[in-house]
Design a protein. Structure first.
Length: 356
Protein backbone atom coordinates (compact mmCIF):
# COMPACT_ATOMS: atom_id res chain seq x y z
CA UNK A 1 0.00 0.00 0.00
CA UNK A 2 1.36 3.38 -1.01
CA UNK A 3 0.99 6.12 1.60
CA UNK A 4 -0.08 9.62 0.58
CA UNK A 5 2.75 12.07 0.07
CA UNK A 6 1.57 14.34 2.88
CA UNK A 7 1.58 11.37 5.31
CA UNK A 8 5.14 10.45 4.41
CA UNK A 9 6.20 14.08 4.88
CA UNK A 10 4.58 14.11 8.32
CA UNK A 11 6.47 10.95 9.27
CA UNK A 12 9.77 12.43 8.09
CA UNK A 13 9.11 15.60 10.11
CA UNK A 14 8.28 13.48 13.16
CA UNK A 15 11.47 11.43 12.84
CA UNK A 16 13.55 14.58 12.45
CA UNK A 17 11.89 16.12 15.50
CA UNK A 18 12.47 12.94 17.50
CA UNK A 19 16.15 12.98 16.51
CA UNK A 20 16.53 16.62 17.60
CA UNK A 21 14.76 16.00 20.91
CA UNK A 22 16.88 12.94 21.64
CA UNK A 23 20.04 14.87 20.78
CA UNK A 24 18.98 17.61 23.20
CA UNK A 25 18.34 15.06 25.96
CA UNK A 26 21.63 13.35 25.21
CA UNK A 27 23.53 16.61 25.70
CA UNK A 28 21.61 17.46 28.85
CA UNK A 29 21.29 14.12 30.56
CA UNK A 30 22.98 11.49 28.46
CA UNK A 31 20.00 10.16 26.51
CA UNK A 32 20.13 6.36 26.53
CA UNK A 33 23.65 6.51 28.01
CA UNK A 34 24.39 4.16 30.87
CA UNK A 35 25.76 6.25 33.76
CA UNK A 36 26.06 3.35 36.18
CA UNK A 37 29.29 2.25 37.83
CA UNK A 38 30.85 -0.98 36.64
CA UNK A 39 34.25 -1.40 38.34
CA UNK A 40 36.40 -3.95 36.54
CA UNK A 41 37.34 -6.99 38.59
CA UNK A 42 41.02 -6.04 38.50
CA UNK A 43 40.45 -2.41 39.55
CA UNK A 44 43.05 -1.12 42.00
CA UNK A 45 41.56 -0.61 45.46
CA UNK A 46 41.84 2.28 47.90
CA UNK A 47 41.34 1.22 51.51
CA UNK A 48 40.02 3.63 54.14
CA UNK A 49 40.49 2.57 57.76
CA UNK A 50 39.22 4.28 60.92
CA UNK A 51 40.51 3.33 64.37
CA UNK A 52 37.40 4.01 66.41
CA UNK A 53 37.28 4.99 70.10
CA UNK A 54 34.48 3.20 71.97
CA UNK A 55 32.49 6.41 72.55
CA UNK A 56 32.22 7.20 68.86
CA UNK A 57 30.69 5.72 65.73
CA UNK A 58 31.50 6.16 62.06
CA UNK A 59 29.27 8.19 59.79
CA UNK A 60 28.14 7.01 56.39
CA UNK A 61 30.88 7.66 53.84
CA UNK A 62 30.05 9.80 50.82
CA UNK A 63 32.03 8.54 47.83
CA UNK A 64 32.21 10.61 44.65
CA UNK A 65 33.31 9.39 41.23
CA UNK A 66 33.93 11.76 38.30
CA UNK A 67 33.85 11.33 34.53
CA UNK A 68 35.31 13.53 31.77
CA UNK A 69 33.08 11.69 29.27
CA UNK A 70 29.61 12.02 30.78
CA UNK A 71 29.46 15.78 31.18
CA UNK A 72 27.16 17.90 33.29
CA UNK A 73 25.72 20.82 31.37
CA UNK A 74 24.71 24.01 33.17
CA UNK A 75 23.12 27.13 31.78
CA UNK A 76 23.73 30.56 33.25
CA UNK A 77 21.21 33.35 33.75
CA UNK A 78 21.86 34.68 30.25
CA UNK A 79 21.71 31.22 28.70
CA UNK A 80 25.44 30.56 28.40
CA UNK A 81 26.30 26.87 28.35
CA UNK A 82 28.93 25.44 30.69
CA UNK A 83 30.21 21.86 30.66
CA UNK A 84 31.76 20.17 33.67
CA UNK A 85 32.90 16.64 34.45
CA UNK A 86 29.98 14.50 35.49
CA UNK A 87 29.83 13.05 38.97
CA UNK A 88 28.27 9.99 40.52
CA UNK A 89 27.79 9.55 44.27
CA UNK A 90 27.56 6.34 46.26
CA UNK A 91 27.29 5.85 50.01
CA UNK A 92 29.22 3.26 52.00
CA UNK A 93 29.27 2.05 55.60
CA UNK A 94 32.64 1.22 57.12
CA UNK A 95 32.66 -2.37 58.35
CA UNK A 96 34.16 -3.54 61.61
CA UNK A 97 37.15 -5.83 61.21
CA UNK A 98 36.43 -8.82 63.44
CA UNK A 99 36.28 -7.80 67.11
CA UNK A 100 38.87 -5.03 66.68
CA UNK A 101 38.40 -1.27 66.87
CA UNK A 102 39.22 -0.93 63.17
CA UNK A 103 36.50 -0.07 60.66
CA UNK A 104 37.23 -0.30 56.98
CA UNK A 105 35.94 0.08 53.45
CA UNK A 106 37.56 -0.79 50.12
CA UNK A 107 36.82 1.41 47.11
CA UNK A 108 37.63 0.63 43.47
CA UNK A 109 39.80 3.38 42.06
CA UNK A 110 38.43 2.71 38.58
CA UNK A 111 34.64 3.02 38.55
CA UNK A 112 34.42 1.68 35.00
CA UNK A 113 31.21 1.80 33.01
CA UNK A 114 30.49 3.65 29.78
CA UNK A 115 31.43 6.90 31.51
CA UNK A 116 34.84 5.56 32.63
CA UNK A 117 34.34 6.83 36.17
CA UNK A 118 37.35 7.45 38.44
CA UNK A 119 37.38 7.84 42.22
CA UNK A 120 37.51 11.57 42.94
CA UNK A 121 37.02 12.08 46.69
CA UNK A 122 35.55 10.67 49.87
CA UNK A 123 33.92 12.38 52.85
CA UNK A 124 33.64 10.53 56.16
CA UNK A 125 33.95 11.11 59.88
CA UNK A 126 33.03 10.14 63.42
CA UNK A 127 30.38 11.34 65.89
CA UNK A 128 29.23 10.37 69.37
CA UNK A 129 27.43 7.03 69.37
CA UNK A 130 25.20 8.10 72.27
CA UNK A 131 24.93 11.90 72.53
CA UNK A 132 22.27 11.61 75.29
CA UNK A 133 25.04 10.66 77.73
CA UNK A 134 25.62 14.43 77.88
CA UNK A 135 21.98 15.15 78.76
CA UNK A 136 18.43 14.54 77.68
CA UNK A 137 17.62 15.60 74.09
CA UNK A 138 21.28 16.22 73.27
CA UNK A 139 21.98 15.49 69.59
CA UNK A 140 25.18 14.99 67.63
CA UNK A 141 27.03 18.09 66.47
CA UNK A 142 29.87 18.71 64.05
CA UNK A 143 33.56 17.93 64.11
CA UNK A 144 35.52 14.78 63.43
CA UNK A 145 35.12 14.96 59.65
CA UNK A 146 37.66 14.14 56.94
CA UNK A 147 37.72 14.83 53.21
CA UNK A 148 40.30 13.11 51.01
CA UNK A 149 40.68 14.18 47.37
CA UNK A 150 42.26 11.73 44.94
CA UNK A 151 42.32 13.90 41.79
CA UNK A 152 42.83 17.56 40.85
CA UNK A 153 39.20 18.63 41.36
CA UNK A 154 37.73 20.23 44.45
CA UNK A 155 35.45 18.14 46.62
CA UNK A 156 31.86 19.22 47.34
CA UNK A 157 33.30 20.89 50.45
CA UNK A 158 36.01 22.77 48.57
CA UNK A 159 39.70 22.26 47.96
CA UNK A 160 42.36 20.62 50.07
CA UNK A 161 44.09 22.34 52.97
CA UNK A 162 46.95 19.83 53.03
CA UNK A 163 48.64 17.96 50.18
CA UNK A 164 50.45 14.70 50.87
CA UNK A 165 52.49 12.23 48.86
CA UNK A 166 51.93 8.51 49.13
CA UNK A 167 49.58 6.97 51.67
CA UNK A 168 47.74 9.17 54.15
CA UNK A 169 47.87 8.71 57.93
CA UNK A 170 45.83 11.08 60.12
CA UNK A 171 46.02 10.99 63.91
CA UNK A 172 44.35 13.94 65.64
CA UNK A 173 43.28 14.96 69.15
CA UNK A 174 39.63 15.80 69.85
CA UNK A 175 37.67 17.09 72.84
CA UNK A 176 33.96 16.77 73.67
CA UNK A 177 32.19 20.06 72.94
CA UNK A 178 28.72 20.54 74.43
CA UNK A 179 26.97 23.55 72.89
CA UNK A 180 23.66 25.22 73.70
CA UNK A 181 21.95 27.61 71.29
CA UNK A 182 19.05 29.84 72.38
CA UNK A 183 18.38 32.08 69.39
CA UNK A 184 15.88 30.43 67.09
CA UNK A 185 14.82 26.91 68.03
CA UNK A 186 16.62 25.82 71.19
CA UNK A 187 19.10 23.01 70.63
CA UNK A 188 21.84 21.29 72.56
CA UNK A 189 24.50 19.33 70.73
CA UNK A 190 27.72 17.50 71.47
CA UNK A 191 30.42 17.65 68.85
CA UNK A 192 34.15 17.19 68.61
CA UNK A 193 36.48 20.14 69.04
CA UNK A 194 39.67 19.61 67.07
CA UNK A 195 42.38 21.35 65.15
CA UNK A 196 40.95 23.26 62.20
CA UNK A 197 37.39 23.28 60.95
CA UNK A 198 34.69 20.59 61.06
CA UNK A 199 36.32 18.77 58.14
CA UNK A 200 40.05 18.20 57.71
CA UNK A 201 40.73 18.27 53.98
CA UNK A 202 43.60 16.49 52.19
CA UNK A 203 44.71 15.89 48.63
CA UNK A 204 46.41 12.49 48.30
CA UNK A 205 46.93 11.71 44.63
CA UNK A 206 49.01 8.55 45.15
CA UNK A 207 47.32 7.21 48.28
CA UNK A 208 46.15 3.62 48.31
CA UNK A 209 45.78 3.46 52.11
CA UNK A 210 43.98 6.12 54.17
CA UNK A 211 44.15 5.71 57.96
CA UNK A 212 42.29 7.95 60.40
CA UNK A 213 42.73 7.71 64.16
CA UNK A 214 40.73 10.22 66.22
CA UNK A 215 42.01 10.41 69.80
CA UNK A 216 39.21 11.57 72.11
CA UNK A 217 40.07 13.13 75.49
CA UNK A 218 36.79 12.53 77.30
CA UNK A 219 37.87 14.02 80.63
CA UNK A 220 38.41 17.47 79.12
CA UNK A 221 34.97 18.76 78.14
CA UNK A 222 34.40 22.28 76.85
CA UNK A 223 30.94 23.84 77.18
CA UNK A 224 29.54 26.75 75.24
CA UNK A 225 26.36 28.77 75.42
CA UNK A 226 25.18 31.12 72.72
CA UNK A 227 23.66 34.53 73.51
CA UNK A 228 20.00 34.65 74.48
CA UNK A 229 19.54 38.08 72.95
CA UNK A 230 20.79 39.26 69.57
CA UNK A 231 22.67 42.37 70.60
CA UNK A 232 26.01 43.90 69.74
CA UNK A 233 28.67 42.68 72.13
CA UNK A 234 26.86 39.44 72.98
CA UNK A 235 29.03 36.47 72.10
CA UNK A 236 29.10 32.74 72.67
CA UNK A 237 30.70 31.97 76.04
CA UNK A 238 33.08 29.02 76.27
CA UNK A 239 33.72 27.33 79.62
CA UNK A 240 36.94 25.32 79.65
CA UNK A 241 37.91 22.38 81.86
CA UNK A 242 39.84 24.66 84.23
CA UNK A 243 36.70 26.75 84.86
CA UNK A 244 37.82 29.74 82.80
CA UNK A 245 35.16 31.45 80.68
CA UNK A 246 36.00 33.14 77.38
CA UNK A 247 33.57 35.12 75.21
CA UNK A 248 35.81 36.83 72.67
CA UNK A 249 33.70 36.49 69.53
CA UNK A 250 35.04 33.11 68.44
CA UNK A 251 32.56 30.55 67.15
CA UNK A 252 34.57 27.44 68.05
CA UNK A 253 36.60 26.39 71.11
CA UNK A 254 40.27 27.33 71.39
CA UNK A 255 41.86 23.99 70.50
CA UNK A 256 45.34 25.04 71.60
CA UNK A 257 44.02 26.15 74.97
CA UNK A 258 42.51 22.70 75.43
CA UNK A 259 45.79 21.07 74.41
CA UNK A 260 47.66 23.27 76.87
CA UNK A 261 45.28 22.47 79.74
CA UNK A 262 45.58 18.73 79.11
CA UNK A 263 49.36 18.53 78.65
CA UNK A 264 50.46 21.28 81.04
CA UNK A 265 52.60 22.74 78.26
CA UNK A 266 52.50 26.33 77.02
CA UNK A 267 50.31 26.59 73.93
CA UNK A 268 53.27 27.74 71.83
CA UNK A 269 54.93 24.39 72.51
CA UNK A 270 52.08 22.50 70.86
CA UNK A 271 52.06 24.19 67.46
CA UNK A 272 54.78 23.61 64.87
CA UNK A 273 54.58 27.18 63.66
CA UNK A 274 54.74 28.71 67.17
CA UNK A 275 57.31 26.30 68.56
CA UNK A 276 60.10 28.88 68.32
CA UNK A 277 58.35 30.83 71.11
CA UNK A 278 57.99 27.78 73.34
CA UNK A 279 59.61 28.35 76.78
CA UNK A 280 60.19 24.61 77.15
CA UNK A 281 61.31 23.55 73.71
CA UNK A 282 62.24 19.94 73.13
CA UNK A 283 63.47 19.77 69.54
CA UNK A 284 65.56 16.86 68.39
CA UNK A 285 67.75 16.09 65.43
CA UNK A 286 67.16 12.70 63.86
CA UNK A 287 70.50 10.89 63.47
CA UNK A 288 69.89 9.59 59.95
CA UNK A 289 72.04 11.21 57.25
CA UNK A 290 69.93 12.07 54.19
CA UNK A 291 72.10 12.39 51.06
CA UNK A 292 71.01 14.98 48.47
CA UNK A 293 69.65 13.15 45.40
CA UNK A 294 71.52 15.32 42.90
CA UNK A 295 74.64 16.01 45.00
CA UNK A 296 75.89 12.87 46.79
CA UNK A 297 78.66 14.86 48.48
CA UNK A 298 76.01 16.90 50.33
CA UNK A 299 73.27 15.85 52.72
CA UNK A 300 70.78 16.92 55.38
CA UNK A 301 69.47 16.07 58.82
CA UNK A 302 65.84 16.39 59.87
CA UNK A 303 64.92 18.41 62.95
CA UNK A 304 61.59 17.58 64.57
CA UNK A 305 59.59 18.48 67.64
CA UNK A 306 58.89 16.04 70.45
CA UNK A 307 56.01 14.48 68.49
CA UNK A 308 58.04 13.91 65.35
CA UNK A 309 56.68 16.88 63.37
CA UNK A 310 59.23 18.62 61.16
CA UNK A 311 60.26 22.05 62.49
CA UNK A 312 60.36 24.62 59.67
CA UNK A 313 62.53 27.76 59.90
CA UNK A 314 64.07 26.65 63.18
CA UNK A 315 67.47 27.73 64.55
CA UNK A 316 70.23 25.17 65.01
CA UNK A 317 73.96 25.06 65.72
CA UNK A 318 75.85 22.01 64.55
CA UNK A 319 79.51 21.07 64.92
CA UNK A 320 80.57 18.63 62.22
CA UNK A 321 82.99 15.74 62.46
CA UNK A 322 85.53 17.95 60.71
CA UNK A 323 85.11 20.71 63.32
CA UNK A 324 83.16 23.09 61.08
CA UNK A 325 80.34 25.02 62.75
CA UNK A 326 76.97 25.50 61.04
CA UNK A 327 74.61 28.22 62.31
CA UNK A 328 71.47 28.10 60.17
CA UNK A 329 67.70 27.71 60.06
CA UNK A 330 65.86 24.66 58.81
CA UNK A 331 64.03 24.67 55.49
CA UNK A 332 60.24 24.71 55.24
CA UNK A 333 60.42 20.90 55.40
CA UNK A 334 62.40 20.87 58.65
CA UNK A 335 65.67 19.90 56.96
CA UNK A 336 69.04 21.40 57.75
CA UNK A 337 70.71 23.38 55.01
CA UNK A 338 72.97 21.23 52.76
CA UNK A 339 75.94 19.91 54.71
CA UNK A 340 79.14 18.36 53.30
CA UNK A 341 79.55 14.67 53.96
CA UNK A 342 82.70 15.52 55.91
CA UNK A 343 80.42 16.91 58.67
CA UNK A 344 78.86 13.49 59.25
CA UNK A 345 78.62 12.22 61.95
CA UNK A 346 78.08 15.36 64.05
CA UNK A 347 80.06 16.19 67.18
CA UNK A 348 77.58 18.61 68.77
CA UNK A 349 73.94 19.62 68.28
CA UNK A 350 72.44 22.75 69.87
CA UNK A 351 69.26 24.73 69.42
CA UNK A 352 70.21 28.21 70.57
CA UNK A 353 67.83 31.11 70.99
CA UNK A 354 69.31 33.81 68.81
CA UNK A 355 68.10 36.31 66.22
CA UNK A 356 69.33 37.10 62.77
Amino acid sequence: MVKPIHTRKDEIRFLRLLTVVCAMFFSLSGCRQDHSLAPPANSEKITVTVKLPKELKTETMWVMYRSPICKRVDYGASGQRTERDGHHSVYKELERQGQSDLYQVELPKDGGGACRWHLANVTFGVVYADPTRFGENVTSGGGGGVVVIFDYNDSPRGGADIKVEGDLTIKKDYYPWVDEEFLGPYKKTVGLAGEGSIYLSYQALQARQVYFEPVIHSDFIVYSAGPKEKKEGNHTAFTYPDGSVVADGQSTPDFWKLQSLRTGRARECLSVWQYEKCPDRRPQLLPEWLPSPDKPDLGHYLIVDEWGNALPVYDYRLVGADGRIFLEKTTSDGLTQPLPISAHPLREVEFPVWRW
